[in-house]
Design a protein. Structure first.
Length: 277
């Protein structure tokens, strides 16, 4: 799928399922870890003054911006997303006046919209699956460009998956094995998020000029029991994610809905990284 089609599919899906996304269990896991990063990683290292400008890319429903605002009420916040529905929701909950603004933005056009290096802090969380490898590197460069000297960049990638996927019981028939193969490998293809490893990600970002200031990590086991739970975990648009990942949507849905379902356990690692320009 072309990179433009990926983004258009993603925008359409997020517009359609904005409400579902806000209530997904996996999103709650992400947000809980984001809160942990604020308290253990950001607060000890960053002090935002009244003139400090904070930008969140791919803000979703604005959870992280809302929590940052509570800790740094003097900052100027700009929450952006590619989805119109997400932006509208942020405006309805956080307002669009005073020190909080929200707008639709293609992250790859960041430096065209904001050519000056005047952001003190930029946040990018759990959205890199929608960027090809070269686009992601370009995005990191644009983030570096719009930051003030000494500014900070907080990056929370989609969970790094370990090399172990477990099933509670072994599938027996060929069809059941195909089912587990699709479930497990689809999920890993999303969670690996185009990063081969933590080390390759750090190398990718630091070679631009960023310095790693700190990181926060949490390992956990994540269990998916069936298609319904998988759909709920991802929050919305699993068919679109399948299409983006190159999987056969109809086959996956058939296997998931009509074949015996086996619990799948993924060993995951949530990570948050704070970089400084």
């Amino acid at each position: 799928m072309s990179k433009n089609k990926v983004k258009n599919v993603a925008r359409k899906v997020y517009n359609k399922h904005a409400t579902d996304y806000r209530t997904s269990k996996y999103k709650r896991v992400i947000d809980n870890f984001g809160n942990r990063c604020i308290s253990k990683l950001l607060l000890p290292n960053i002090k935002l003054e009244s003139e400090s400008k904070v930008l969140e890319l791919a803000c979703g429903e604005g959870h992280f911006t809302r929590d940052l605002l509570a800790e740094f009420p003097e900052g100027e916040f700009l929450a952006t997303d590619y989805s119109d529905e997400m932006v509208d929701y942020v405006r309805s909950t956080l307002g669009d006046k005073g020190n909080v603004k929200s707008e639709r933005l293609n992250a790859l056009e960041l430096d065209n919209k904001y050519p000056k290096s005047d952001f003190t802090f930029v946040v990018f969380r759990n959205s890199e699956v929608y960027f090809a490898a070269k686009e992601k590197q370009l995005l990191f460069m644009k983030i570096y460009k719009v930051l003030k000297p000494g500014g900070f960049f907080f990056y929370q990638p989609v969970d790094f998956a370990s090399d172990q996927i477990q099933t509670i019981k072994s599938p027996k028939s060929i069809v059941e094995k195909i089912h587990v193969h699709y479930m497990a490998n689809y999920f890993l293809s999303v969670l690996k998020a185009r990063h081969a490893s933590r080390e390759s990600m750090l190398q990718e970002i630091t070679k631009i000029g960023f310095t790693l200031s700190g990181e926060e990590n949490k390992e956990y086991a994540h269990q998916i029991n069936n298609y319904g739970e998988l759909k709920g975990e991802m929050g919305m648009g699993i068919e679109a994610r399948l299409e983006i990942s190159g999987y056969n949507v109809l086959l996956f849905k058939f296997l998931a809905r009509f074949i015996a379902k086996y619990p799948i356990v993924h060993n995951l690692n949530q990570s948050g990284f704070l970089f400084q320009k």
